[in-house]
Ligand binder design. Structure first.
Ligand code: 2FM
Ligand code: ZN
Length: 659
């Protein structure tokens, strides 16, 4: 049996997933793997959470938690959302497992041994104030290629290019805003430049690579490839053997997660070597991802696999372009998104899967609007597909005692319908294989529409029960074919339909090659129930209102929220420097136990602060900074000259509330 591995980009465990993730990656990958299984292939769907790197550690620092705590929390949420959406993972792992550490280390050692990795001393950005190196997301600046003012240290999200932090213009530390300095450090580089010729050829000649991926990558390759720094000076990550405080860059370890998740799958199955058939035995490897991950997969990962030498190369890299929401770019900070869990609290997974696949080609941007979603659900799923199925099953249920009737001799039209059915299924399969999921979804509706047309032409309701037998026999065959076409796209409804039609086993265990094996006459069907629920206009309005409300909430602070902030005037009773660079001051306020660690040492002398009145947010969540508890925050204004403490304009009573 042909071995195929389908992966979906490992989501960072630093936030909930939303509709954009589903559309670009997880639903197309799931539909594809389900399609392949029905082809009789031994196809497995591998994923997990990406738990290293600055995306996790920055979030953890902002929340005063450990990176592991952040990852634990989001790993569970992400997994649950995806499974509820019907993603049929064979394994969903985490990159923080010891197995992954071991496999990453071995991968690295192999590259070293084969001469693809070298050590160099290089200058890295370092924040003198925070006393730390600023890898990746710890630094922001202007992209040297496209001018985007908020490019990150490793990637510019506007032009999709991989960056080296030192080439950012106007870099600044994201923790404190300081302009970083250069400091020397030893790092490992992967010799990408040596693979440039190979990669160019591989991209050009790979017959399965979709055009959007090909074009992006060839364009990037025009600028040539530089060697790639694969280590970072930080604690959170897979440790580099022989170093303290040095870990692998997250984009080095994350894709190795595809392999380690497969190894874990094999171990869980009790067949430890089973993973090798997929990665080493000439199996096919399909990577699904969002368009912002193309560079890393097509260049870094493919290069890594080639350099390692023991694994297969990707058969295809399938990249979903972006999804807008009601015509606007989705944004977490502006609250402009629909989270999966929120969607599922009011709606079914299948209509969303259908919409996301059908709305436009994966290689083009798409839009989600509640109105259009309801329209497609109502017009296509309920009125065409659901209606045909319901008419057929209800007639069989009521007029034929719930049994698929025995046909009489088939006339030309009956034969034609069966031929058309096979042809549509054939086209559906071709679409799925070329990742044209939107077109495949249309075939499903095309087949249901054909069924409706056929029924309307035959008008069996105007005929006797006896005369209608053949028509309903043919319709039952169409319903079965529909259940099969639905299986990869709408797995829950497909299974429900399979059962309603009285078929044995699960629809997901069927094969495309069985398409012409008829539903036998006499098959007892179950009581017909509607497959899809119509979505009313008022529901659409309600969803839109919720969305607007959410984004309003993200923009404004409500009066209640402001009231929760306990801001008071306090007097500084003690201040001490706590770091060598004389930046951080530990400051005690009033006679209570309020204390803060503040980065104001550059502008204020500790001694001169004692006795001064300042404005303090007293109920900020306590956290530890440099080993000291910090449970309040002194407010200050910042401009080009530096910081200036806010003070009341006359002496006020200690503890006076600021409103
Ligand atoms: O962009 C992201 O969410 C990354 N965590 C994707 C990683 S894909 C793979 F390489 F693991
Ligand atoms: Zn800093």
């Amino acid at each position: 049996m042909k071995k195929v591995i389908v992966t979906a980009a490992l989501p960072y465990a630093n936030g909930k997933l939303h509709l954009g993730h589903l559309r670009s990656t997880y639903i197309p990958a799931d539909a594809f793997v389900r399609y392949l299984r029905m082809k009789g292939y031994d196809a497995i769907y591998i994923c997990g959470t990406d738990e290293h790197g600055t995306p996790i550690s920055v979030r953890a620092e902002q929340e005063g938690k450990s990176p592991k705590e952040v990852a634990d929390y989001y790993h569970e949420l992400i997994k649950e959302d995806l499974v509820r959406m019907g993603c049929s993972f064979d394994n969903f792992s985490r990159t923080t497992k010891p197995l992954h550490y071991e496999i990453t280390r071995k991968f690295f050692e192999k590259l070293l041994e084969r001469g693809y990795v070298e050590k160099k001393e290089v200058e890295q950005l370092y924040c003198p104030k925070c006393e730390r190196f600023l890898p990746d997301r710890y630094v922001e600046g202007t992209c040297p290629y496209c001018g985007n003012p908020s490019a990150r240290g490793d990637i510019c999200e506007a032009c999709g290019r991989y960056l080296v932090a030192t080439e950012l213009k106007d870099p600044r530390c994201i923790l404190c805003g300081t302009t970083p300095i250069l400091k020397k450090s030893e790092h490992f580089f992967f010799k990408l430049s040596a693979l440039e010729g190979f990669l160019k050829k591989w991209i050009q000649e790979n017959p399965k690579l979709p055009a959007n991926v090909k074009n992006y990558v060839l364009n990037w390759l025009r600028g040539g490839l530089r060697d790639w720094c694969i280590t970072r000076d930080m604690k959170w990550g897979v440790p580099v053997p022989g170093y303290e405080n040095k870990v692998f860059y997250v984009w080095f370890d994350a894709p190795i997660g595809y392999i380690s998740s497969t190894v874990e799958w094999a171990e869980k199955k009790g067949d430890e070597k089973a993973w090798e058939d997929y990665w080493k035995g000439g199996g096919e490897i399909y990577h699904f991802l969002g368009k912002d991950n193309i560079y890393q997969h097509a260049i870094f990962w493919t290069g890594m696999l080639k350099a390692h030498g023991e694994f297969g190369l990707p058969t295809a890299i399938v990249a979903g372009e972006f999804l807008t929401l009601e015509g606007k770019k989705m944004s977490k900070s502006r609250g402009w998104l629909v989270e999966i869990g929120d969607y599922l609290s009011r709606h079914d997974p299948d209509p969303l899967r259908y919409y996301l696949l059908a709305s436009s080609p994966l290689s083009k941007d798409a839009d989600f609007s509640w109105k259009e979603y309801a329209r497609r659900n109502n017009d296509e799923l309920a009125d065409i597909l659901g209606n045909f199925v319901h008419r057929t099953l209800t007639f069989i249920y009521k007029r034929y005692g719930g049994k698929v009737p025995e046909p009489k001799e088939l006339d030309e039209r009956d034969e034609e319908i069966l031929d058309k059915m096979k042809e549509i299924v054939q086209r559906f399969c071709e679409d799925m294989e070329s990742f044209e999921f939107h077109s495949a979804a249309k075939r499903l509706i095309e087949l249901a529409a054909l069924g409706n047309k056929y029924l309307n032409e035959k008008e069996p309701w105007k005929k006797t029960v006896e005369e209608g037998r053949t028509t309903f026999y043919i319709c039952a065959q169409l319903v079965k074919a529909l259940a099969l076409l639905m299986a990869p796209i709408m797995p829950f409804s497909a299974e429900k339909l399979w059962k309603m039609l009285g078929m044995e086993g699960s629809v997901h265990d069927q094969r495309w090659s069985d398409i012409s094996r008829p539903v036998p006459p006499g098959t007892s069907i179950g009581k017909p129930e509607p497959l899809f629920r119509k979505i009313s206009e008022s529901e659409v309005e309600e969803e839109r209102r919720k969305l607007e409300e959410r984004s309003r909430r993200a923009l404004y602070v409500t009066a209640q929220e402001f009231a929760r902030m306990d801001i008071r005037v306090g007097e500084i009773v003690d201040a001490t420097r706590i770091d060598e660079r004389r930046v951080l001051l530990k400051i005690s306020i009033g006679r209570t136990v309020k204390q803060t660690v503040a980065g104001i040492g550059e502008w204020y002398d500790a001694k001169e602060l004692v006795g001064r009145q300042v404005v303090v947010l007293t109920n900020i969540e306590p956290r530890r900074i440099k080993g000291y508890e910090s449970n309040c925050m002194i407010l200050a204004a910042e401009d080009g000259e530096g910081l200036s403490l806010l003070v009341p304009d006359r002496k006020v009573e200690r503890g006076a509330k600021v409103k």
